[in-house]
Design a protein around this ligand. Sequence first.
Ligand SMILES: [Zn+2]
Length: 273
Amino acid sequence: MNLIRLACAAATAVVLWTQPGLAQGGSVERLYILNCGEGVAGDISRWSPGVNVGKSMDFVDNCYLIKHAQGWMLWDTGLADAIAALPEGQAPRDPRMTHWRRPKTLAAQLEQLGVKPSDIKYVAVSHTHPDHIGNVELFPQSMLLVQKAEYEWPSPVGPRFKAEHPVTKLEGDRDVFGDGSVTIISTPGHTPGHQSLLVKLAKTGAVLLSGDAVHFKSNWDNRGVPEGNFSKEQTVASMQHMADIMAKQKAQLWINHDKAQRDGLKLAPEFYD
Ligand SMILES: [Zn+2]
């Protein structure tokens, strides 16, 4: 009888011990910003209608690598690494859009950090535009975290992901590691199943990674809704939802495509903790 009690107590202790976050309230060790593209947007009024008509702007494209006690997670995969081999980069069909280059591949940046593609437990994408999902198939074993509405959004060019790629189709927010340290936030509007990511770091504090819920700072300040967005109403509601979260969590907003902001941030191999 005593032995059984002892065994039960031990089992309970193991369960409590292995539940992340109970001890320190989160276990994100590092957040790296990776260079997943650089480009020039032809006309930024495309993203904020009526504002700065005809004005071009330098854009960047980021991926974010998270080292959590339970494993590695990649947020967005950027432009396809193959673009790095194109001397002129990738010109857009519409000159008002973005002419992209890829100064460094994602693969090379991971290698520099000593991270193998098979080390990545989760690959989550903000949405399925090509500058965010360009390298998903570098990680054929990683669990893909994408909203069901995004996964099932019909594409004129065929399926966005390989059918055999392991996937968790989300319907709303998701606490990725179960300890509140990394949370996917549903922010539809730019696309049907767009999502953003809230990361809580011990020293840096909370950071909200925008995805394309917003494209650059003045776009956020003006609550500009890009002309190609899936839903204007959802976009505006998602921006307000993000603002509410930022106020509550005292979170910084890191805007994926904002070059001026990225110029002031540390890129890998430096990191935030
Ligand atoms: Zn997009």
